[in-house]
Design a protein around this ligand. Sequence first.
Ligand code: ADP
Ligand code: MG
Length: 240
Amino acid sequence: MALIDIRDISRRYTIGSESVNALRSVTLQIEKGEYVALMGPSGSGKSTLMNILGCLDTPSGGTYTLNGKEVSRMTEDELAEIRNKEIGFIFQTFNLIPRSNALDNVALPLVYAGINKDERDEKAKKALDDVGLTDRMLHKPNELSGGQRQRVAVARALVNDPSIILADEPTGNLDSKTSSEIMSLFEEIHTRGNTIIVVTHEEDIARYAHRIVRIKDGMIESDARNPNITRADRPLTENA
Ligand code: ADP
Ligand code: MG
């Protein structure tokens, strides 16, 4: 059974009398532990698909089964729990809280998860250690470089130990050196067993992924293993 199983998904946006078919009949299965790049030109429907995969948006048609459960049948509470505990989100614009330091930004999802302050701080410190920001924990976003800000966002996405990481153009605001640092970090996270889905329109970024799905005009154009990655995905092991 695939971790993510979407069938015949469509998404139509209506503004006044205009309507846009952002996705039309998208069918896609993603297994646990895969590292997938979703590629396509601007306006092709990548973010729309990502938002649906992350349970932030609902499709106009089709079915989405996540981990064996149909998303449309989940209650608001179940959805909130999945967004908070099962999925880590990373965005192009980092989406950090400007007035909070790195530690508090990373600890925020744990507040929503109802974890006490000591445990929150401990987990947030560990997550910041893991992304190489041990010496920047008390810095606010404007006291950090772009790459460091995105590392804070990665730490925040990982702090609840989610199984799926969804990143929408994570390097869109970074220079190429910093971008490759962030992509190396994703590689490491993938090696630890996470499922990673990265949206990008840059070939340089997609080449890190093990599978590349291309979308165009709201439809899947191609879906193939990345020929540049010779190492096979590690064998899928069930959680003990
Ligand atoms: P991408 O991320 O590939 O650039 P999007 O998924 O953001 O593409 O957008 C796909 C299409 O849907 C575009 O034509 C865009 O203008 C339209 N669209 C996206 N979000 C909305 C929205 N909230 N309301 C109306 N149209 C939207
Ligand atoms: Mg987008």
